[in-house]
Design a protein around this ligand. Structure first.
Ligand code: TXA
Ligand code: MG
Length: 353
């Protein structure tokens, strides 16, 4: 049985809401699993220093055991127990962006169970910028290990209904709150390498990072196909990810060509009885009138697209899409995170026109 509790963000300081967070923290201390909101996506948490509790996360999600988890902290003091040899550059990033959507891979201490790190000698750490997450971790008094709270391979959950759809009766508690603001998972950067290497693009961009610590490297898997790579630096990158149920195709190119190609593909599939759902930017909605269309957001507002993306992919499932046709995006600034998730959701199916 999963206990589902609603927490009202605007009443966080009230006795009732404080008591709810305390109960969730007690669950963590007892080795149970608790889904909680963060500013990126919902996380499926357990006591990050308890290997047995952490195993429950992998079982609930159906996650491969060789894909390591992020430890979430509420206070930099928690770092002392779990990481060592923190570089000056890493300290600068913490100062600039925590609490917030960036995860740092650091050298771990012996206190971090192998279940968290999948046996690696490094551990990923993040201080989330969400008041419920921070209060929960602080009340638990220990780092909380948490991957995104979805069934492995599915799009990450940005609202409580997504979590309930995937994890009801598979976890001990779900904290339901407002929608996640950012909507895509945090930026992950390996700070144990010189120069540091960006492993996953997210809400903090490469340019923002370089403005603080200078030149960094981008892991090749972010933009290229993983099968073509010899080594995988971040184990998570080799798995099928963010996937809607239907086959998905991205169409890249100049506006009119792109629209023409998407309509051609939609007509072709609809004629065969395969329901086409189009993911479009706000300015192209008119061009797709008469088709099943979901709005990603304005093309000059990547934050809006990030916030809507996973919701759109899940909506395609509930609409029983037979094929999803999406506009493709670029690689500058926040668009890198959007393209990275879309390309994986589409299984690298990109048509250039
Ligand atoms: O925004 C987020 O990061 C969300 C919220 C809940 O905080 N969490 C999240 O966790 O997206 P997850 O487990 O879905 O993604 C963690 C990523 C995976 O790609 C994993 O392979 C990578 O971080 N990772 C974890 N530990 C690592 C390590 N020691 N070295 C390299 N990559 C690591
Ligand atoms: Mg995930």
């Amino acid at each position: 049985m999963t206990e589902i509790i609603n927490i009202e963000l605007s009443r966080l300081d009230s006795i009732e809401e404080t008591a709810k967070i305390q109960r969730a923290a007690d669950f963590i201390k007892e080795g149970k699993t608790v889904v909680f909101p963060t500013e990126t996506v919902y996380g499926l948490g357990a006591n990050g220093l308890d290997g047995v509790a952490v195993k429950k996360i992998f079982i609930a999600k159906g996650r491969p055991a060789d894909n390591p988890l992020i430890l979430h902290i509420s206070d930099e003091k928690m770092l002392e127990n779990i990481v060592t040899d923190i570089s000056e550059a890493a300290k600068k990033l913490m100062k600039a962006f925590w609490p917030g959507p960036i995860t740092l891979v650091l050298h771990k201490t012996g206190n971090v169970p192998d279940e968290v790190t999948a046996g690696l000698d490094t551990v990923a750490v993040r201080m989330p910028g969400h008041p419920i997450a921070l209060r929960l971790i602080s009340a638990a008094g220990k780092p909380v290990a948490a991957p995104s709270a979805n069934i492995s391979g599915k799009p990450s959950p940005t609202e409580a209904s997504h979590v309930i759809e995937d994890l009801d009766n598979k976890v001990d508690m779900i904290i339901a709150a407002n929608n996640s603001k950012i909507g895509l998972e945090s930026t992950v950067i390996d700070m144990t390498l010189t120069p540091p290497v960006l492993l996953r693009p997210g809400g903090i961009t490469k340019d923002q990072i370089e403005a603080i610590i200078g030149k960094i490297e981008i892991d090749k898997s972010i933009t290229s196909r993983i099968q073509e790579l010899e080594a995988v630096r971040s184990p998570g990158m080799k798995y099928r990810h963010y996937s809607p149920d239907a086959k998905m195709i991205l169409v890249r190119g100049e506006k009119q060509n792109k629209i023409k190609k998407i309509i051609e593909l939609a007509d072709f599939n609809n004629a065969k009885g395969i329901k086409a759902v189009i993911l479009a930017t706000t300015e192209n909605l008119d061009a797709f009138r008469g088709y099943e269309v979901l709005r990603l957001g304005a093309s000059d507002d990547p934050e809006e697209i990030m916030a809507n993306l996973y919701q759109c992919l899940r909506k395609c499932n509930s609409m029983k899409a037979g094929i999803i046709l999406s506009e493709a995006f670029g690689e500058d600034e926040l668009e890198l995170a959007i393209s990275n998730r879309l390309i994986r959701a589409a299984g690298y199916n990109v048509i250039e026109v």
